[in-house]
Design a protein around this ligand. Structure first.
Ligand SMILES: Nc1ncnc2c1ncn2[C@@H]1O[C@H](COP(=O)(O)OP(=O)(O)OP(=O)(O)O)[C@@H](O)[C@H]1O
Ligand SMILES: [Mg+2]
Length: 241
């Protein structure tokens, strides 16, 4: 048996107010692996995450989560199926403490428990009683990841984890993401603008340009084609090249 796909996006057209921003997008993400979506601002990285999570409805094509088509499933049903979205902006309740945020996300009976997750992020343990709004950006990002993990999600959709973080913090967090994917056999879909950081942590990479896949391959393959990656960031490649 080959690797199991957690997410299959097939020929997806989706957008906002009837206007397509994704046009014929196909991506696959496997369990135990980190799949990165790269691309310039507005390339269409967040929109696939929102579609997979049930917030944006496909206009054409289909999305399978663990083999199940998601049509007509509400976001909360997808959460119950094991999807966990870490949105840009982190999605924390800033008035609550670190441990209250974690408890809010803990699925009853779900493993891993809060203690296990705090072992992954020892810095958070010391901050357990601090309000989330008073954490640094990096600490908030750790908490957002920890919340996604305690939610018992099998598929983590992480949008722009590095946003606003110092490179040294990103360098510390990304290996944790990879370790979590491998050790817990989770599928991680990581949207990133920092190409180098993403290539170091990802197994498979899609470079998006204007709502289409401009380039796809293993991190190693894509790492050898940074000329094409850069061109698509500047918006000068023809998608599909
Ligand atoms: N709620 C919305 N309503 C209308 N258009 C939108 C909406 N959200 C995004 N778009 C448009 O869809 C396109 C793709 O947006 P998307 O957010 O997926 O890009 P992105 O690659 O995540 O960008 P960024 O790096 O800036 O976060 C853009 O042209 C954007 O302007
Ligand atoms: Mg985005």
């Amino acid at each position: 048996m080959g690797p199991r796909p957690a997410i299959e996006v097939e020929d997806l057209t989706a957008g906002y107010h009837g206007m397509a921003v994704l046009r014929g997008l196909s991506i696959t993400a496997h369990f135990g692996a980190v799949t990165a979506l790269l691309g310039a601002n507005g390339a269409g990285k967040t929109t696939p995450l929102l579609t997979i999570a049930g917030f944006v409805r496909p206009m054409a094509g289909r999305v399978l989560v663990m083999g199940q088509p998601i049509e007509r499933r509400a976001p909360h049903e997808l959460v119950r199926m094991g999807l966990s979205l870490v949105p840009e902006g982190r999605g924390l309740v800033y008035e609550l403490t670190v441990s209250e945020n974690l408890r809010l996300h803990t699925r009853r009976g779900a493993k891993p428990l809060v203690g296990d997750v705090l072992d992954l992020f020892p810095a958070l343990r010391q901050l357990a009683s601090r309000r989330a709004g008073l954490l640094s950006g990096g600490e908030q990002q750790m908490l957002a990841l920890a919340c996604a993990i305690v939610s018992g999600g099998r598929v983590l959709l992480i949008d722009e984890m590095s946003h606003g973080l110092a490179p040294v913090v990103v360098e510390r967090l990304l290996p944790t993401v990879r370790a979590v994917a491998q050790e817990r056999d989770l599928a991680v879909v990581l949207v990133e603008q920092q190409v180098d950081a993403a290539l170091r942590v990802a197994d498979f990479v899609y470079v998006l340009n204007r709502g289409q896949v401009a380039l796809a391959g293993t991190a190693q393959e894509i790492g050898g084609r940074t000329d094409v990656v850069e061109a698509s960031y500047l918006g000068v490649t023809e998608p599909g090249r």
